[in-house]
Design a binder for this molecule. Sequence first.
Ligand code: KIV
Ligand code: ZN
Length: 391
Amino acid sequence: MSKNSIQIFDTTLRDGEQVPGCKLNTEQKLRIAKQLDLLGVDVIEAGFPMSSPGDFKSVEAISKLVKNATVCALTRANKKDIEVAAKALKHAKKPRIHTGIGTSDSHIIHKFNTTREKVIERAIEAVSYAKTFVDDVEFYAEDAGRTDNDFLAKVCEAVIEAGATVLNIPDTTGYCLPNEYGAKIKYLVDHVKGIENVIISCHCHNDLGMATANAIAGIQNGARQIECTINGIGERAGNTALEEVVMILKQHSNMNLDTNVNTKLLNYTSQLVQQSMGMYVQPNKAIVGENAFAHSSGIHQDGVIKNRETYEIINPEDVGVSKSSIILTARSGRAALAYRAKNVGYDLTKIELDVLYPEFLKYADTQKEVNDQDLHQLLSSKDNFKKSVNF
Ligand code: KIV
Ligand code: ZN
């Protein structure tokens, strides 16, 4: 892996699928895993095999199916979980066990009723045990976002020594500010012995709407893997959205950081996950929302018709959307009306446009949106408007 390559770890089928209402059957999970492999993600977190027989079966089936990506299974820091995960991953070409434990004082005191020292012991034991099954072991320090940096560094150093290949630093509760999360990663880079031999991973939640910004801050400070989900689904307010981080890196090419993702498949993959889970994104969702490439105000429409780049920083074709859309509303101008009329077969002259525009506005004021059907009716009511193309 080059220093400039960012590994995309997709957890749609684990952190995403654990969301209420998003449960999938094995067949649906296989369809999504196949698509993620095609999309070019580096790691597919297929599930938490110990959590249920159904999840075990899915991880096993995904392990047999996936051709390119590493297949990863989640465990808690205990032997039984690790044994079950190893069994589910038996057929994977590139298996990874993802084990870990809470490291914040809140988790240590309230969840485990134990001490920092005991948590380090359990972390070492879990990683060492996982290493007896697979070479690739990722360790997560749950609630790292609220873990004291000095203690977190001690935990990281201990698990690296035990054989961890990837260190996941989750902002489990989505609490960190981007500069705090970035500084946490930098602290680990500067203070943990052996960290240069492992990959640091960002796993950020979106409770305060900062999951994407935090993941980017993480990689700007030395992390080289981002854990994310299609459409940003995940516990509570969700996780970092895969399509967002991938497109941020693509559009900001001066960062010199690349992923292996084929961005042209992003829109289709998003649709597949939405439909399979019945969890639909809001229209203004970045990259994959229905309005992500739609322009409705007259000023913007005029600009986009003259040159797309006036109001679009992403070429829709780059994410698998065939073109930008010019939406007709009461805020649209003449340029948009002429453009859409042309699309339905009428090449209007200036005089025709002058006649049509006030009528269009009157009608548009009564509607949320003027569609092609409405436009046809308006245009065909004008006997002397000639159709330039016959459909
Ligand atoms: O948010 C989190 O901390 C997690 C871990 C289990 C990796 O999902
Ligand atoms: Zn999570």
